[in-house]
Design a protein around this ligand. Sequence first.
Ligand code: ZN
Ligand code: ZN
Length: 273
Amino acid sequence: MDAWICVTCGSQFTPSSTPPSECPICRDQRQYIGLEGQKWTTIASMQADGFHNVLKEQEPHLTGIGTVPSFAIGQRALLLQTEHGNVLWDCISLLDDETVAAVQQLGGIKAIAISHPHFYSSMVEWATRFDAQIFLHEADRQWVMRPSEHITFWSDETLPLMDNITLLRLGGHFSGSTVLYWPDGAEGKGVLLTGDTITVVPDRNWVSFMCSYPNLIPLPSSEIRRIRDAIAPYHFDRIYGGWFDRVVSTDAKNAVLRSADRYIRAQEQRLSD
Ligand SMILES: [Zn+2]
Ligand SMILES: [Zn+2]
């Protein structure tokens, strides 16, 4: 029995003797089946193919963990260290002994929180190895491909985790799309870890919000307005998006507000043309 991993989105499935027939996450309009059709791998095959993980400190108490060469969607996870245990924000498909040892040296993992189903990846593998609890928003329950007793579903709009760290459900990209608010980050000016709930675009003074990024499906302006109003009460200066190079290093709250306004203006102009 192998825990098969979808090569396109990186999701790991409940172990089975043959690969699943298809990946529901990639069948969804927000993702896609790769050009060569549905393909599967396993952690052991990834290791044999030369994939490994790298750890890079992003700022004090925050370390990025990503796979080299890039695999599936290519996101990196973030390990946030606190006095009451560490939080892994988002997750990746590959977990090997070297990564386990490196993360143990940083204090292990107490809780795993994930922005949305595209980054669920091998979350159960990570939770099992570190005896961690996974927190997912219940609105995205249907996208869990490997159910586990490690998973706790939360509801409502906010979940205090530990040490002032709070999960905020913003929705949009997925109904349960979440960001992590870390007010002590960026020398106390506040940090948001956003995955692609709020995505940092190549011009890193700006962000965007989409239903589908690969298929370029926009969200309605009413949704952007709702997301902007939901994040407006929080103070933050920096955003770490879902990839190593996607960071708004300063003035991030203004970047979110002006990006939301730009998006709304673009949609409403189009409607009035
Ligand atoms: Zn998939
Ligand atoms: Zn996504």
